[in-house]
Ligand binder design. Structure first.
Ligand code: UN1
Length: 495
């Protein structure tokens, strides 16, 4: 694979017009991953113009035919899974077992969306007047501006790109600055799969420049963003002013509850995976652990021992379980939260330090960290940290556990471990979150169920599943009157 990547605009691979580039380096060892265009608004404008022009033709291609291109893309991704995943580990850091999962999530989305091309179901319904027929059909919106994060470099772009293309929209995507290589790979695949020029465009660059240009562009009809709540607020503000549809998938402060009757070994495996998988850098990561008093001490002992035994190192070596954080800045943020936790009076039971053994010195590794005695009011119990830091809270019973879990401005994922089926159903009803797992960790959503959260986690949209089409299509209601006369709704109706 060459180190030089370009934008993809109107079916051509092109540099930024200014000629500016930016280097991207491996967070595990500082090796060069690639050189990417550092684009400006002029590059974005050209991509949007190409997408607008292609839209007129793409929306006329029948949805099943559009979907066949996505199926082909899925087949190519499957053929290249290993190569894509290894490159993803180099650019993002997470271990290769996980980047294979990330690529697989993209493949699953491709095949699921390929099938949706033959559904895209609308609604038919009886109408109130005779000799009249009513239905509602989905129509594409137009140009979709997609802004994607670095923690799932393939899965999240495909969650947005594939349904948008199946719906008949055309796309301009700005990949995360830390992980553009994977999106460029996706571009090569879509090109080879036969997606026509202009239908899919990539503009690499910073959020401040390219992202802002997407927000302000009058020809972008829908914006879909996954990332921080702070940036999400800004997007919603600008999008609101311009009356654009905006879909936001933002932060989380996900909790796992372990009740006294739970299978503790299973709950331990769950929390290790939920808190330290992807080095804690998932919107769905477990960052609070809520333990029932009766098993608190026993479970904490098990947890601290097992978390201390996790092996950290370069994700390309399969003997390691936890890779580095994505950047020096991310590591500083995580570390600053550790200081906050100590100042707030929580007890640091494990970690709280850089990990700099041997080769890891060259990367941004951070030790798996556990805080005990955390109170719901502390910042480490309330703010998203996006790193391997777990805050443990002790509660008296199941009701208190659910109250503490709900005491959050976020509501993405949640988990409860119990063998009591009545309690589990009650928890599902009472927990305020978009996703609840019973006897499973907070991470691990599948592509054909709705994905998204309540409260500050988003603005009500759900990716994944067929619900994603509420982001990328408009409804049109259609009435056929075959009576041959004027029939007035609400007026010419017998009471
Ligand atoms: C995210 O972190 O934004 O459920 C996405 C999961 C993954 C996707 C996470 N399938 O953890």
């Amino acid at each position: 694979m060459s180190h030089h990547f370009q934008n993809y605009v109107a079916g051509k691979w092109v540099p930024a017009k200014s000629g500016k580039t930016v280097e991207n380096r491996n967070p595990a060892d500082d090796g060069l991953v690639g050189v990417f265009p550092d684009s400006a608004a002029e590059d974005l404008n050209e991509a949007v113009a190409a997408a607008r022009d292609a839209y007129g033709r793409w929306r006329k291609v029948p949805a099943p035919a559009r979907a066949l291109k996505i199926q082909r893309a899925g087949e190519l991704m499957r053929e290249r899974k290993e190569e894509i995943s290894r490159q993803m580990t180099r650019e993002m850091g997470k271990v290769v077992a996980e980047t294979r999962g990330d690529t697989q999530e993209g493949i699953d989305t491709a095949f699921y969306m390929a099938g949706e091309g033959r559904r895209l179901f609308g609604v038919t319904t009886p109408v109130e007047l005779p000799d009249k027929f009513g239905m509602a059909v989905r129509r594409p919106i137009g140009v979709a501006g997609l802004i994607t994060p670095w923690n799932f470099p393939m899965a999240i772009p495909t969650w947005k790109v594939f349904p948008a293309l199946v719906a008949g929209d055309t796309v301009v995507i700005k990949p995360a600055t830390y992980t553009p290589a994977t999106v460029c790979e996706l571009g090569l695949i879509l090109e080879e799969a036969g997606v026509p020029p202009g239908v899919f465009n990539i503009v690499c660059g910073s959020g401040g420049t390219v992202g802002e240009a997407i927000l302000g562009h009058p020809d972008v009809d829908v914006i879909s963003f996954t990332g921080s709540s702070a940036v999400g607020r800004r997007i919603n503000e600008v999008g609101g002013k311009n009356l654009k549809r905006v879909s936001l998938e933002l932060g989380g402060k996900n909790a796992q509850i372990v009740l006294a009757d739970a299978d503790l070994d299973l709950a331990l495996e769950g929390v290790l995976w939920g808190a330290y998988g992807t080095t804690g850098q998932r919107c769905t990561a477990t960052s609070r652990l809520i333990l029932e008093e009766k098993i608190h001490d026993e479970f904490v002992n098990m947890l601290v021992g097992a978390a201390a035994a996790l092996k950290l190192g370069n994700g390309l070596d399969e003997s390691f379980q936890v890779g580095p954080l994505v950047s020096a800045a991310q590591r500083e943020t995580v570390h600053s939260y550790v200081d906050v936790g100590k100042e707030e009076g929580a007890e640091l039971a494990l970690g709280g330090e850089f990990y700099e053994e041997g080769e890891c010195k060259k990367g941004f590794f951070y030790k798996p960290t556990v805080f005990l005695g955390v109170k719901p009011t502390m910042r480490i119990a309330r703010e998203e940290i996006f790193g391997p830091v777990l805050s443990v809270l002790k509660v008296g019973d199941a009701d208190e556990a659910i109250r503490v879990l709900n005491d959050s401005s976020y509501g993405l994922s949640s988990s409860i471990y119990t063998r009591d089926v009545n309690l589990a159903f009650r928890a599902v009803e009472d927990i305020e979150a978009g996703i609840t797992y019973v006897n499973g960790p907070t991470i691990g959503a599948e592509v054909h169920l709705p994905f998204g959260g309540v409260k500050d986690t988003g603005n009500g949209h759900r990716e994944g599943s067929f619900t994603v089409f509420d982001i990328f299509t408009e409804w049109k209601s259609v009435y056929f009157d075959y009576s041959g006369k004027l029939q007035r709704a609400q007026i010419d109706v017998e009471e």
